[in-house]
Write a protein that binds this ligand. Structure first.
Ligand code: AMP
Length: 190
């Protein structure tokens, strides 16, 4: 079976991070979280990290060309090329999605999984997780960026028949099982 090339979509607080780690382990694929990569750069204190950190604290998006460069470099590494990957937090805009299509041509993605959790629920989850960058203002900015810039990706991937929707309410194990069932079905028989 060809390596898994997956995009996880979903609002912040939908469980992408937690489920992404478990799914990557389950499928033996690389977990590529752009948020984690940016937070690592912030922790290293590089000039890039400093600038990215300011943007993240405001709840804004890092520019598309920067993010595309980061992901291009990461997907070129051996593990992602041979074992496949699970993208978590990228793409977040249609421009990023188009760049990803170019990067992956001619193979393309295996599937795009949208973890669907209602707005009120993710708002409550983000408020309670207590991350330093989770001020009320930043939360609202991130949610509105999602609706304006990232939600259009649902239509983008529906058009390409890549989209699989998974109901994201329930226990972590329940959602994980739904995700695995949806991904296995999208991959088809081995
Ligand atoms: P996350 O951990 O995925 O919620 O990402 C945390 C923050 O990193 C976001 O609120 C953005 O500021 C930034 N970020 C992560 N991925 C991207 C991306 N693909 N495009 C733009 N900004 C991003």
């Amino acid at each position: 079976m060809s390596p898994l090339r997956l995009v996880l979509l979903g609002r912040q607080g939908a469980g992408k991070g937690t489920q992404g780690i478990r799914l990557a382990e389950h499928y033996g694929a690389a977990h590529v979280s752009t948020g984690d990569m940016l937070r690592a750069a912030v922790a290293e204190g590089t000039e890039f990290g400093r600038r990215a950190g300011e943007i993240m604290d405001r709840g804004d998006l890092v520019p598309d060309d920067v993010m595309v460069g980061v992901v291009q470099e990461r997907l070129a590494k051996d593990d992602a090329r041979t074992a496949g990957f699970l993208l978590d937090g990228f793409p977040r805009t249609v421009v990023q999605a188009e760049a990803l299509d170019d990067l992956l041509a001619p193979d393309g993605l295996t599937a795009v999984v949208n973890i669907d959790v209602p707005l009120d629920e993710v708002r409550a989850r983000m408020r309670s997780r207590g991350r330093a960058d989770d001020t009320d203002e930043a939360i609202e900015r991130r949610l509105s960026h999602y609706e304006e810039q990232t939600a259009p990706l649902i239509a983008y991937y529906e058009t390409g028949s890549l989209l699989v929707a998974v109901h994201g309410l329930g226990t972590m194990d329940e959602v994980f099982e739904r995700l695995v069932a949806a991904i296995d079905e999208a991959r088809g028989p081995s």
